[in-house]
Ligand binder design. Structure first.
Ligand SMILES: O=P(O)(O)OC[C@H]1O[C@H](OP(=O)(O)OP(=O)(O)O)[C@H](O)[C@@H]1O
Ligand SMILES: O=C(O)c1cc(=O)[nH]c(=O)[nH]1
Length: 221
């Protein structure tokens, strides 16, 4: 049986343990959306840890079966969603395709790689959702190619309202194994993140799109 809150906390624990969660308030990360952020969740590091990547692969596969039912093909979002998607496709014994951020400019000129079969039911695999823009760009490409998108599954979401709005507008369901709330709960319970950083994260989380703009870095108030 798939117990969501246990999985949310277990994945958060793994991400902290393997140092996939990075904090750099004084040297903020620039996200794909252009937002500046004191935190970065690098799910790519899970690939270097067989125990962690196996857990993620198995739990994503289980969640997909429970939430989305029968599926014909798994699609990965380039680049970080590709290896995770391959692992899930292997676990489920399904074909795999992937969606590039933009069409290849030489060779086949493809936007989607692999065997694209119109009418197939696909689940899209992403590593992480911030605004959801990268994920939904892949969803739209798959729909434009004639596939039916059952939903999207990712390892982690920041749980931003913006992402929920974007997925709702695109009429696309999504699930994630873990999220920012679970990460903060786990870190607080086990005193993993320093109090000063926890306070900074609380302020950041109130206005993530505006954080780091027009203020001295590391001293936002
Ligand atoms: O929800 P969003 O606001 O779109 O942000 C999340 C996206 O950002 C990251 O990809 P990135 O573009 O950094 O590239 P990569 O996957 O090639 O590493 C991540 O892998 C997601 O695809
Ligand atoms: O929004 C992003 O670009 C992003 C944020 C994050 O924490 N991790 C990541 O891989 N991408």
């Amino acid at each position: 049986m798939y117990n969501k809150s246990d999985i949310e906390l277990k994945v958060a624990e793994f991400l902290l343990q393997i140092k996939a969660i990075k904090l750099q308030p004084n040297n903020p990360f620039t996200w794909a959306s252009g937002w500046k952020s004191p935190i970065y969740c690098d799910n790519r590091i899970t690939l270097s840890h067989p125990q962690v990547r196996t857990y993620i692969r198995q739990k994503l596969a289980q969640a997909i079966q429970e939430e989305f039912g029968s599926v014909d093909v798994i699609a990965g979002v380039a680049t970080a969603g590709i290896p995770q998607g391959v692992l899930v496709a292997q676990e489920l014994g399904l074909p795999f395709i992937y969606v590039r951020a933009k069409a290849k400019e030489h060779g086949t000129g493809s936007l989607i790689e692999g065997e694209v079969v119109e009418g197939q039911r696909v689940v899209v695999i992403e590593d992480l959702i911030s605004t959801g823009k990268s994920s939904l760009q892949a969803v739209e490409a798959l729909r434009a190619a004639g596939l039916s998108v059952a939903g999207l599954a990712a390892i982690f979401t920041y749980g931003f309202e913006k992402a929920d709005e974007n997925f709702a507008a695109a009429k696309c369901r999504y699930l994630t194994l873990s999220n920012y709330g679970a990460l903060i709960d786990y870190a607080a319970e086990h005193s993993i993140i320093a109090k000063s950083d926890m306070e900074l994260l609380s302020k950041w989380r109130l206005n993530p799109s505006g954080w780091g703009q027009g203020q001295a870095l590391g001293s936002e108030s």
